[in-house]
Design a protein around this ligand. Structure first.
Ligand code: NAD
Length: 254
């Protein structure tokens, strides 16, 4: 199946670790040139570990800032040409209380988990529209449909991201650009390790026990679906929200 992204330039936000790093690795295997935008310098080490050489580029940047995004997109475009596949993956968890949460905290969550996807899309869409071809994948969450107490207002931001996906898909469909969301359930990353670390040690077992497949996802299993959505194999898929949750969202309590 290798070579599905041959000739593509894929930009992954938050690609230094976790799901983003798995997407970077998979996109390289499929033949893409890959740019990472992340504020974590570990992205450099990832590219060394993947032996990416000249096939990948790491740009330090904070996706909350349009100026950082502009600089990164300019650098990446100069090296590999216009971005043809964008993965808005950078995100953060939040464990706020609806009464004590400050407006600054609220703004920060929405800046990372929602606004950044529009800012990056805004920067790369002129290139995609000129090429009459492109694919955007926004990494949302199962929280867009179902949520969990104590994670206010994560579900609101991720639901917004799915709405943004639908709107953008309609705006740019005629330009040959597809826009989809992908909603993971639980994935084995540092983000989820931090979530489990906040709770009783038995929570992980409880979570596994309600999973139809008895386990949670590996980052590579999410990356496989992202590559599909970026590739021409998904040529008639747009405006959709793909769940990659091992069936968790199909289950009633009990
Ligand atoms: N892990 C899960 O179970 C899970 C489930 C559903 C959705 N998601 C979503 O998947 C995405 C990736 O999650 P993950 O588990 O790999 O997280 P992670 O914390 O392991 O990695 C997130 C990456 O995004 C980067 N990042 C965060 N804020 C940034 C900013 N302002 N500017 C630039 N880079 C920034 C981080 O440096 C990090 O490299 C997130 O959007 C998350 O909400 C994760």
């Amino acid at each position: 199946m290798a070579g599905r992204l041959e000739g593509a330039h894929v930009l992954v936000t938050g690609g230094a670790r976790g799901i983003g790093a798995a997407i970077v690795e998979k996109a390289l295997v499929e033949g893409a040139r890959v740019s990472i935008v992340d504020r974590d310098e570990a992205g450099h080490d990832l590219l060394v570990a993947l032996d990416a050489g000249e096939r990948a580029l790491f740009c330090t940047g904070d996706v909350r800032r349009a100026s950082d995004i502009g600089l990164a997109v300019e650098t990446a475009t100069r090296k590999y040409g216009p971005v043809s596949g964008l993965v808005n993956n950078a995100g953060r968890n939040v464990y706020a209380d609806p009464v004590t949460m400050t407006e600054d905290e609220w703004e920060d969550v929405f800046a990372v988990d929602l606004k950044s996807a529009w800012l990056v899309a805004r920067a790369i869409l002129p290139g995609m529209k000129a090429a009459k071809k492109g694919a955007i994948v926004n990494i949302a969450s199962l929280h867009a449909d179902l949520t969990y107490p104590g994670m206010f207002p994560y579900a609101a931001a991720k639901s917004g991201l799915v709405g943004l996906t639908r709107s953008l898909a309609l705006e740019v469909g005629k330009d040959g650009v597809r826009v989809n969301a992908l909603s993971p359930g639980y994935v084995e990353t540092a983000l989820v390790a931090e979530f489990f670390a906040r709770a009783d040690a038995s929570l992980r077992d409880k979570v596994l026990s309600v999973h139809p497949m008895g386990r949670i996802a590996l980052p590579a299993e999410v990356a496989n679906c992202v590559v599909f959505l970026l590739s021409d194999e998904a040529s008639f898929v747009t405006g959709a929200n793909w769940r990659v949750d091992g069936g968790l969202g199909a289950r009633f309590a009990g």
